[in-house]
Design a protein around this ligand. Structure first.
Ligand code: NAD
Length: 349
């Protein structure tokens, strides 16, 4: 297929990750990048730090790529067909809406925006546009989660009785452009930034909870940095809980794991792999293909490139309504945290 001409806005942790993944995929050709920081525009990424991954280079080679100082200049580049927006969350709404209105296909990093109102404005712009749009809720694309989803869909677990999702990160203080992660009004704290993945997993595997109760801790800057949430469904559907946070020491290992207990079998996925424990006593190690797509980021970007060329339906992969529903759940959790953990009904719109 004709490679999609891509522009990447923001060359921090996720932008440089997207750049490397696009460069490894023959369906893509990165033609432009934009960043406010002159060091990164010169290819010096020594200041870039992330909480997952690692093994990064100190320099990126931007030879042959047009380098812009701001998003608007990149959006005016007529050769760019797709933009990957890898900016801090407080910049998502303005840039995503401008990109859609400029006629670009848009892959916007998660979380979609800081609040429901901004998310709704972005989704409205996506609905008005005939371009592809998605949000980088990459856990849906992550190999073990997709494999578990297939097991559930094939009925191998039977009816799900309970689920637990965990996303545990070392502390991110000092990571990010001007330490934006540590300011609630710029990142939403771990509650929005990290735990949004857990919320999306609940939606993906279990559907829409009616209400939520959350407890959590706050960091010295007042942001919620670790959250435990109970998701309330009706009596017929599962008991669901999630933990997400970055309150641990910087030396603690990153972990994303989950368990799904069904009437016929249980899946547990964690640091030692993924196992299916059948009620009849059989134990199976569940293999999931990694190959040239070792992470959900690879899968999500590959799928988006296919969608741009009309070979995949990105809105089936992540329905726009799920993006909004995730934000409605997040806002209910924030209210519950502020009200001492009481159950708060989710206001789906
Ligand atoms: N999908 C995932 O698993 C995942 C993981 C980490 C981060 N994220 C998300 O990705 C986004 C970016 O996070 P990050 O960790 O890469 O942040 P970062 O701080 O490392 O990178 C942000 C980049 O944007 C640049 N920038 C800041 N203001 C700018 C402006 N006005 N114009 C142009 N460039 C500007 C900065 O110089 C920096 O290079 C966030 O929304 C974050 O939540 C997603």
């Amino acid at each position: 297929m004709e490679p999609v001409k891509v522009g990447i806005i923001g060359l921090g942790f996720m932008g440089t990750t997207h750049l490397a993944i696009h460069r490894s995929n023959p369906k893509s050709r990165v033609v432009a990048v934009a960043d406010i920081d002159s060091d990164k525009r010169a290819g010096d990424i020594r200041k870039v730090v992330g909480n997952i991954g690692g093994g990064r280079n100190d320099r990126i080679d931007l030879t042959g790529i047009r380098v812009y100082e701001n998003a608007a200049a990149l959006l005016a580049d007529p050769e760019v067909e797709e933009v990957d927006i890898c900016l801090p969350t407080y910049l998502h709404a303005d840039v995503a809406i401008a990109a859609l209105r400029a006629g670009k296909h848009v892959l916007l990093e998660k979380p979609v925006a800081l609040d429901y109102e901004q998310a709704a404005a972005i989704v409205a712009a996506a609905r008005e546009s005939d371009r592809c749009f998605t949000v980088g809720l990459c856990v849906r694309a992550w190999p073990e989660y997709r494999r578990a989803f297939e097991e559930v869909a094939a009925g191998r677990l039977g009816k799900i009785r309970s689920a637990f999702f965990k996303r545990f990160s070392p502390n991110v203080d000092g990571n990010g452009w001007q330490n934006w992660y540590m300011k609630d009004e710029l990142s939403g704290g771990a509650l929005l930034d990290l735990h949004m993945h857990d919320i999306d997993e609940v939606l993906y595997f279990c559907g829409r909870p009616k209400a939520v109760s959350s407890v959590g801790t706050t960091y010295k800057t007042g942001i919620y940095d670790h959250v435990f949430t109970l998701y309330h469904f009706d009596a017929e559907t599962p008991a669901v809980c999630a933990e997400g946070g970055w309150s641990a020491a910087k030396t603690a290992p990153f972990e994303m794991s989950f368990q799904l207990i069904g009437e016929k079998a249980t899946i547990i996925s964690g640091p030692t792999g993924m196992f299916l424990y059948h009620v009849d006593g059989a134990v199976e190690k569940v293999e999931f293909e990694a190959g040239s797509m070792p992470t959900g980021w690879h899968v999500e970007i590959d799928h988006f490139l296919d969608a741009v060329r009309g070979r995949a339906d990105i809105r089936k992969f992540l329905p726009l309504q799920d993006i909004l529903d995730g934000m409605a759940i997040y806002e209910a959790e924030r209210r519950s945290l502020g009200e001492g953990g009481v159950a708060v009904t989710v206001d789906y719109r």
